[in-house]
Design a protein around this ligand. Sequence first.
Ligand code: PLP
Length: 392
Amino acid sequence: MTKRIYVDNAATTKVAPEVVEAMLPYFTENFGNPSSIYAEGREAKKAIERAREQVATAIGADPKEIYFTGSGSEADNWALRSTAKALSSKGNHIITSAVEHHAILHTCQDLEKQGYEVTYLPVDKYGMVSPEDVKAAIKDTTILISIMFANNEIGTIMPIAEIGEIAKNAGIVFHTDAVQAVGNVHIDVNEMNIDMLSLTAHKFHGPKGSGALFVRNGVRLISFITGGAQERMRRAGTENVPGIVGLGKAIELATANIDQKQKKLTALRDAYIKKVLETIPYSHLNGHPTKRLPGNANISFEFIEGEGMLLSLDMKGISASSGSACTSGSLDPSHVLLAIGLKHEEAHGSLRVSFGEDNTMEDVNYIADSLKEIVERLRMMSPLYEEMLKNK
Ligand SMILES: *Cc1c(COP(=O)(O)O)cnc(C)c1O
């Protein structure tokens, strides 16, 4: 493959060499089953417990509060389904937001079919959930609040500590999908009064298929997969030892250089946003101008389709995303962009660029210059653009 510029780090990231190196022995010499009592088993078990400590340390939790999963989606499903079931005698009401990842939204829709009641809070034009709205939505029957830490499409960082405090005062379990936030934003589950938190390794230079759920001591967690006694009888199945080791190493690296990463990515992001908005007319930023993920820039370009932009960018060696990776391939506009008030056409013409530590200012300039050319060319072919010019 020729040189590519990868700016889709919100979809997935390249595994760090140190992470690969940490994982490798657990495919070969240390291949033991962690449930076995002989030396190979004990070695694998030890590696899992080390990773559990690494994950706990990264978010200010106790290792006993960490459960490994097969993905961020699984952690989200588990948090919601377990809490709904465990607290069904207390109530059936769940509060979430309209801009959650589908792992939350589709799970909530499924729970509605099972008789639960779900409030999908609206967001403001920046994609922010208001803590006052959370408070106002609480009823006697509310058993769970689930609000994402940072949005995967537009990058908006939610007021998690404020929501955590409201949940704590009301005695309601608070879950957050922190998949996009881990490694990008400081997280402390105690300071922020978070009861449950989902994360996944492949969003911070760890391997795919390896996630975790934090569950505060005292919050009930119902077994998700029945079978063996793994994960303290909560999730059966022989552990993905290399994946878990990779998750532990990746989260340690990601949280160790978080300040440096924030600084670098914010500089790239802001330079890109500035250049694009200045050089391309009829373009506007989606999401909050400052309370956003360091690497995320989501910009709408009027009168054109995101898919066309993506294909043209791809030909120039640039890998980016329109909306979220999970919805590309479908013609429905992003639920997040609609929730912040964009019209269907505007939502279709949006581009998400998510920078990573491998990117440079040169990349920023190349992408912005390429985009200017691409947007101009696509608009020349756009009937909507022609009409707009005529009516001006
Ligand atoms: C990527 C992502 C997920 C899903 O994680 P997987 O490990 O890919 O299942 C969930 N929530 C958010 C916010 C994400 O960005």
